[in-house]
Design a protein around this ligand. Structure first.
Ligand code: ADP
Ligand code: MG
Length: 374
């Protein structure tokens, strides 16, 4: 693109991806999650171009496009909507955004569930807030980025990804209450263990339809328990006792879904306690228990993820593992002794290749800070 010849960026922004340590499918049940940003990121370079209303965007590997701020409409090219959605949301809050040039470069592994989408939205919103001195708070950036994904991209995501990308603190996870948005940074020290992600490289197509089914099943569970407990608004308010008292009035499937969410919310809080005490064994066990629930009760795992978690169980140097993300593939998260990482990586890769004929991808992640100027 033309602007690249004369590009003298005034500002560089690092916008990270994220992992969720534990708390799967709890977000839309108004419960707890425990995410953190990671070192992999999308880098935005920005300059004002003095044009008034013309913006030029170039993303390495995705090519580029120009747009006029007076005419922001949804694009047929998917990735452009992350940019357009953010500009559209910003236009509702301020008229201070003017013409700018922007380059985007990512080192987030593609399609591995590390939320490159939130990194795109939040990085751009954060950068424009700085470039044009918009005075928006971090939480406003989080919320407008989520709205951009809903309205322009069409993904009805929860708020966790954007929250983690912007609000994280190095060496910490975030305990986020998805109902009130109250949050707390929890320091994590798992030395001499490391967080190793194994990318199954599969994304079964069931994911979005099953996601909606799970949401409905949870709502059905709440409606049934509400008959005896009128005050409950979501599964976050439900207890094991309430569930058992209503068990005969719901299908086994709905019971299992509710059972998983009630336990998973508890596990997030137990994980926080385990981090505080540096109880490494408890940290690992909670991950294995979570995966059991993901696979057998919530039924959002797949043979590939189950295989990798079972494989982890055979290695005494691995404390725990579970599938992360919405389900049916993506990555497993493993807590591995630093001396055993290389062997674990090789052995898992070989075993996975032999069984599924897929080349596994393994990488280490570290709890890192949120979006920042670099
Ligand atoms: P995830 O958020 O788990 O990485 P999504 O499907 O939600 O996966 O978002 C991925 C989409 O985000 C990509 O298909 C692309 O449209 C957009 N995206 C991610 N990284 C970039 C990038 N560096 N440049 C342009 N678009 C990107
Ligand atoms: Mg996403």
């Amino acid at each position: 693109m033309q602007f690249l010849e004369n590009f003298k960026p005034e500002l560089t922004i690092a916008s990270p991806g994220r992992i969720n340590f534990i708390g799967e499918h709890t977000d839309y049940n108004m419960g707890y999650v425990l995410p953190t940003a990671i070192g992999n990121k999308i880098t935005f370079k920005l300059q004002k171009n003095g044009s008034g209303d013309v913006c030029n965007i170039y993303s390495v590997g995705y090519e580029g496009f120009s747009l006029n701020l007076n005419n922001i409409s949804i694009s047929a090219t998917e990735w452009e909507n992350y940019v357009l959605g953010v500009l559209n949301e910003l236009s509702k809050l301020t008229d201070k955004v003017k013409g700018f040039d922007c380059t985007i470069e990512s080192d987030l592994p593609l399609g591995s569930g590390l939320s490159s989408s939130a990194a795109m939205e939040c990085g751009l919103a954060y950068g424009l807030n700085e470039l044009f001195d918009l005075g928006l708070s971090k939480i406003t950036i989080v919320e407008l980025s989520q709205r951009a994904e809903h309205s322009y991209v069409g993904t009805q995501c929860g708020i966790m990804d954007q929250f983690a990308s912007v609000m994280s603190k190095e060496g910490n996870v975030i305990l986020l209450d998805c109902e009130s948005l109250a949050y707390q940074h929890i320091p994590i020290d798992i030395y001499p263990y490391k967080i190793i992600m194994l990318n199954t490289k599969v994304e079964h197509t069931l994911a979005s339809s099953e996601y909606n089914t799970r949401k409905q099943e949870c709502e059905e569970g709440v409606a049934t328990m509400k008959k005896r407990n009128p005050h409950i608004k979501s599964l976050r308010d439900a207890t094991r006792d309430m569930l058992e008292a209503s068990k005969n009035e719901m299908t086994q499937t709905v019971y299992n879904r509710c059972s998983f969410i009630i336990d998973e919310n508890k596990r997030v809080l137990e994980m926080v306690e385990a981090f505080k005490k540096k109880d490494l064994k408890a940290i690992g066990n909670l991950l294995y228990k979570a995966h059991h629930g993901i696979s057998k009760l919530y039924e959002v795992s797949c043979p590939e993820s189950d295989f990798l978690v079972d494989f982890a169980k055979t290695n005494a140097e691995v404390l725990g593992a579970r599938q992360t993300g919405g389900g049916f593939g993506g990555c497993t998260l493993n807590i591995v002794h630093e001396d055993a990482v290389e062997d674990f990586r090789k052995e898992a890769t070989n075993a996975y290749k032999k069984t599924f004929n897929i080349d596994l991808e393994a990488f280490e992640v570290q709890p890192s800070g949120g979006t920042s100027i670099i």
